[in-house]
Design a protein around this ligand. Sequence first.
Ligand code: F0G
Length: 448
Amino acid sequence: MKTIIEPFRIKVVEPIKMTTPQEREEALQKAGMNLFLVPAEEVLIDLLTDSGTGAMSSEQWAGIMRGDESYAGAKSYFRFEERLQEMTGFDHVLPTHQGRASERILFELVGGEGKVVPNNNHFDTTRANIEHSGASAVDLVVDEGKNPRDRSPFKGNLDVAKLERLFSEVGPERIPLVMITITNNSGGGQPVSLQNIRDVREVCRKHNKPLFLDACRFAENAYFIKLREPGQGDRSVAAITREMFGLADGATISAKKDGMVNIGGVLLLRDEELYRQAQNLLILTEGFPTYGGLAGRDLEAMAQGFEEVLHEDYLAYRLRSTEYLGVRLLDMGVQIVEPPGGHAIYIDAKSFCAHLPPEQFPGQSLVCALYRHGGIRSCEIGRVMFGENATMELVRMAIPRRVYTQSHVDYVIEVIGEVYERRQALKGLRMVYEPPALRHFTATFEEV
Ligand code: F0G
């Protein structure tokens, strides 16, 4: 087989700034060793997130010019609505400014004191919105999903037995809906199988509860299904996508991921009454239902993005280029969450910095080392983010869509390799400033 290449050529370029080790050290100290607080200009390769950081296509930019900015009933809204209806089979499509706005509306309506919302793994904003409503958020991912070395094909699956147990323990009346995150971001970007969605749907049907998808990375999940699930290899990603959404009663989507845009979100609903209530909340805080806090041009770009993301040559390149980074790291002896996920590679910082105890934030120490050594920005997903609840110490390198070339990735591999050679020199950290909530965004550190 020939090399899988980037299925696009570059039309516009954005220079990135080379910095000296001394400049990076200064930026790091000024930011209290928190990479969220380092100005983006001081970063050479930015792998902080794949959210809103992708490159739009020439057709998307053309759509930006075509955007209809009418307050109500804009042409761009109808194009967006039609695209989502066709792709997902849902009738009711609400635009929002990003994923968490969809979550906030949904959980204001179905959450509340005493309620319990299960998921494979809640993303942090989903959890925060559920808890903000007074409800509690429960993670029920399969056990394989918690072991970085387990190579099962669908480590994002929701454990059906644990879900049944939750229903009998807390009682169906306290569970307003069941959610599945595809792919499972907090669990290493691992996919969920079609069979698992069907099985969870069956449990929901039994208890007469709606199933919702947190579908930010639905296209990557659908392509994993095509590659890995028995009997799915000959189907189109579009058909698999339609079936995944067809099994659900609703979905929240951050279009900043597989929507291929810099800003935007979606709330999909089947239930008429819930839709009407959501529409009212949308008007209250986001905007009229035909723009939902976005410009008409954003809706145009989303409609086009949701089209392009299902191109299978794009998805083959996307998953393969992420896998390439992962496989090269494994070859060097760097333990990652296996098998590689769709949008990111997660380094197991516990084994990378085996000499550092968890209280000294090994993940954050590695994040700082990658920046110091090569100007790479990554993100700790461990003790800093989740406190004592952290089950793993991970460093996520998320890959923006259609942004970096293979030589950028080769550079990242070299930097990690050199840091790995000298890993014994990495120092532990202590938290100097600890904000009360979502502390990873603003906490500051110093070396122990
Ligand atoms: N759900 C999942 C699974 C996500 O990964 C995100 C965002 C959201 C919901 C919220 O969407 O940012 O548009 O409000 N994840 C980004 C990340 C921020 O870096 O993984 P949003």
